[in-house]
Each structure stands twice: as C-alpha cells, then as structure tokens.
Design a protein around this ligand. Structure first.
Ligand code: SIN
Length: 503
C-alpha cells in the first residue's frame, strides 16, 4: 500500500484563491515559513482555471467621485439584500490593499497618461471602478501568481491529480485520496484543508467556465460534513458569444460599460423596457430580459451592438474579444455580436465565516466554491476576484494566528470507499439547463430531481476508478442539491426566479 504524505496545509485548486492563499501564508512576517509544509493540487494543469478566463477585472474604489459606501450599496442592491452586510463592508474596505498586494506580486493594471488606474464600468456599478488590463485581467493575474508559485521551492506541487475521497479522522486530520493521470491512487493527509476548486459550470449545457468546473469542492465539503448554502443562486452571464460550443466565450460586461447596447433581432434596444439602468442593470435582470426577448421573438440569441465604440477602443481595451469575433466572421466595429445568457457563476456554495473557515474546523473554502455572504442572491460584476483574494488573505491571517503542528497517526490511510456509477453528462446538462436555469418552476424541478435520482439508481457500477466518472458522479450529486435548494426557496430573489411563486 502507498505511504501517506502529510502536510500542514493542503490546497486544492490553483486559481486566484488557491495561489494567493499560499502567497499570503508565506508573507506572514511573524512566522517562520520553513516551519510549515504546504502542498498544492490541481486536477488539470495549474493554469486550467476560471481565473485565467476572467476578462472584466477587479472592483475597487479609486475615483474621487466614488466611495466605499457606493460600492457596498451596489453590492447589496445587486445581491437583492440577501448579502451579509458586515462581510460586504469588510471586503470593500480591503479592496485597495488587495490591489497593492497584486501589484507587488507582479500584476500590471492599465493606467492613463497621469498614471492613474483606467477604471471601467460594468452592470450594477454606480461608478467606474473596475481595474483591468485590457480584456485579459484574469490571464495576467494567473500568470503573475503562477510565476511566484513556481519559484516557491518549499511548496510541493501536484498537477493532474483529482481528489476522489476525503475523510476527517478522530485526530482532526484530513485524509485524502487523489487519482493521478495514470489512474494511480495516492494517499495524503493534512491538518488544514483549503478547498479552492472554483465553480460548477460543467453541470450546464453552456457555461463560461472551464469544463473542469464540476462542483468538486461542494461535493467534498458536504461529504466531510460542512454546511452548504444557497446552491440555487446560479448566475447567468447575459452575454456569452452565441455558438454551438459547450464552453461559451464571454463577451465581457465592460463592453456594455463602454456603451455597447443590447438589441433584439428587430434591431430594437429592449433593456429600457425592463429596467431604467438599461443594458447596465445587474446581471440577473439583464439575463432574464434577454431570455424573455428570445421567447417573444422565438430567436436563438439577441444582439450586442458595439458599433458606436471608437474603433481604437477595440484594440486598446478588447483585443482578444475582437479577435474572437473576427474568428467567427463578425467584425464588431460594423456588425452586431450574437449573444445569449450562459451559466457563469455559483453565488452559493460552501458556507464560511468571515475568515473563509467552514462549519468544519480546519476546513477552509475560498473563491467561487465558497458562500461567504458577499454576493447574496446575485454577484455584482467584478466582485469575484476581489472576494477570492480578500478571503485568501483573511484565511491566511486566521490560520497563522492559531497555527500548531499536528501529526497523523501512524499508517493512517483511509480505505478507498468510492463506489462510482456510469453516468451520462449530456443528460444531466440538459436537465439542469431546463430545470435550474434562468426561469424555473416547481413541477419541472420536482420532476428533474426524481429523474436524476433514477438515472443514478439505474446506472451500472463502474468497474474502474476513472477521473471522468468521478466528475460525473459529483456533478449528479451537486445537481440534485441545486434543484432541492431551488425548490425549497420560497421567495424569488436575485438569480432565483421560480414562476410558480408568482401565482
Ligand atoms: C465580465 O467581464 O463580464 C465578467 C466579469 C465578472 O464575472 O465579474
């Protein structure tokens, strides 16, 4: 049998949350970093993260006409006041420090000729407050974090390792089993487990997420006994580039911030009909309005008209989006872009305290996998990277202030208890998209829960443990939980819109 490698901290996930957490641990000045052992795991290559694909940027107050109170208010309004106000204030207060940290780690934000940050507007923001680097902010953040991580010789790094089982033993140690690319099992243990596995977009037919976003962190946190909260709050980004692909290219909201307008197929700007803020209303409202227009006009998409933007802005601010449009035969300087709402973000997840610790002591959840209270029922644009960094910092502070070495019991290897079924991913995606999408109703949610349970029950057991099958089993489990939470919600708030509650 394999030996058990023990670390003080194991981090699962290599996006903004996981990598910055490691930086913050290493930067604690009152602490000898050599004392602490950390391992980082990623189920694909380290760069396969949603951070890498984040286009918009990070929200922080820098303009003289803006204020932290405005940022707090905008976050609460977008979230339908289902947010935790203390958390919102804490994160907004921390934002300028986070920006400073990122710059110290090598990130470059766009600046104007006075060397001030170029700030852009996105939906739901009352002021321009999004710091960015063109339309590839996430990619550059990922690169600067990875550069730092790769130079960290004390860090143990494991790519292409899928977490397949997790148990907390009576000594408070997390015992974990990973599956590597050659389908070999390895056994690890940790005193502190940090889940930073991102979202769950792969449960839907179309998502802006990486196809590795299968809800793993939610599944394992639940299995370990931690509280899961508000899975019903699945955010749809209003403007995914219309295509036949499962992964939708994001048409950043910053484009609407620069003046692009949503139009239906009759060339009529329709958002004013739904909300006074027009194309820059919060995402839940814009996505529902597009969904409605598509229904009324029986169209497969709507248009985003960016033809009024100055031509040089396409190259200065949106070079990658411009290239992507040209690739599909659309010149966005003169032609409208076909867009549809696509799954984008899980506002709920693993419930945490103000330091990112879950209800299970020693288990932390950071980034999209977490439900910290910041987003409420609908995340404000560009608050997600901010949340990932802020909670990575708060978690590192709490862990270091309480740190004490623990050792695992000798030969403490948990038996492999994994029982997998052979499941169909497309069937799940179809059900989730229809029943837990932008518009929901009681009967379809009830029917879908039963259907998913039956598909699992009737499926044949897998003979071997394979990564794809683990993912599919996790996705079915999380999918059922999303539907149950949605069915149990008795109020329509933010992204949760159940037509049965209107009657
Ligand atoms: C975007 O660029 O529209 C996405 C930003 C976000 O999801 O916050």
């Amino acid at each position: 049998m394999e030996t058990n490698h023990h670390f003080d901290i194991i981090v699962v996930g290599s996006g903004a949350a996981g990598l910055s957490f490691i930086n913050y641990i290493n930067e604690q000045s009152d602490f000898n970093k050599d004392d602490i052992t950390i391992a980082l795991f990623s189920k694909k290559e380290f760069s396969a993260t949603n951070t890498n694909w984040a286009q918009g940027g990070i929200a922080a107050v820098y303009s003289a006409i803006d204020s932290k109170e405005n940022h707090v208010q905008d976050t609460l309004i977008a979230g339908s006041n289902m947010n935790n106000q203390t958390i919102v204030s804490k994160v907004v207060d921390e934002a300028p420090n986070i920006i400073e940290d990122l710059i110290n780690w090598g990130m470059i934000f766009d600046r104007d000729s006075n060397d001030d940050f170029k700030l852009t507007l996105e939906g739901g923001h009352s002021n321009a407050r999004i710091l960015h680097n063109k339309d590839e902010t996430g990619k550059l953040i990922q690169v600067s974090l990875e550069n730092k991580m790769k130079k960290n010789s004390k860090l143990s790094k494991y790519e292409h390792c899928q977490l397949i089982d997790a148990v907390k033993d009576s000594n408070g140690i997390f015992n974990l089993i990973f599956l590597d690319e050659q389908n070999r099992l390895s056994y690890f243990s940790a005193s502190i487990l940090v889940i930073a596995t991102g979202g769950l977009g792969a449960l839907y037919s179309k998502s802006t997420n990486q196809n590795t976003s299968t809800g793993d962190g939610i599944y394992f946190a639940k299995k370990l006994g931690a509280k899961i909260q508000d899975l019903a709050y699945i955010q749809f980004h209003p403007t995914g580039l219309y295509s036949q692909h499962e992964t939708a290219y994001l048409v950043t909201e910053a484009l609407r911030g620069q003046g692009a307008v949503l139009k239906n197929l009759n060339n009529i700007s329709f958002m004013e009909k739904y909300d006074a803020r027009g194309s820059l209303a919060p995402r839940d409202i814009v996505s529902r309005a597009i969904f409605n227009e598509m229904k009324i006009n029986q169209s497969a998409y709507v248009y985003l008209d960016g033809t009024s933007l100055k031509h040089e802005l396409w190259i200065e601010h949106f070079p990658n989006l411009f290239k992507e449009c040209i690739k599909i035969g659309i010149d966005p300087r003169n032609e409208f872009i076909p867009v549809i709402p696509v799954q984008h973000y899980s506002c709920g997840g693993v419930y945490t305290d103000e330091f990112g610790e879950t209800t299970l002591s020693g288990l932390y959840a950071l980034g999209e996998v977490a439900c910290t209270g910041l987003h409420g029922a609908n995340r404000l644009a560009s608050n997600s990277l901010l949340e990932a960094f802020a909670f990575a910092k708060f978690a590192a502070q709490k862990i270091i202030s309480q740190f004490e070495k623990k050792e695992p019991a000798l030969n403490a290897i948990i038996p492999n208890s994994i029982r997998l079924k052979s499941l169909n991913k497309l069937a799940l995606q179809k059900i989730m998209t229809a029943a837990a999408g932008i518009e929901r109703n009681d009967s379809s949610m009830k029917k879908s829960i039963e259907e998913l349970k039956e598909l699992v029950e009737k499926a044949t057991p897998c003979e071997k443990i394979k990564k794809e099958d683990i993912e599919k089993n996790i996705m079915y489990d999380v999918g059922i939980d999303i539907l149950i939470d949605a069915l149990n919600k008795k109020e329509n708030k933010g992204v949760h819109y159940n037509t049965s509650l209107l009657k």
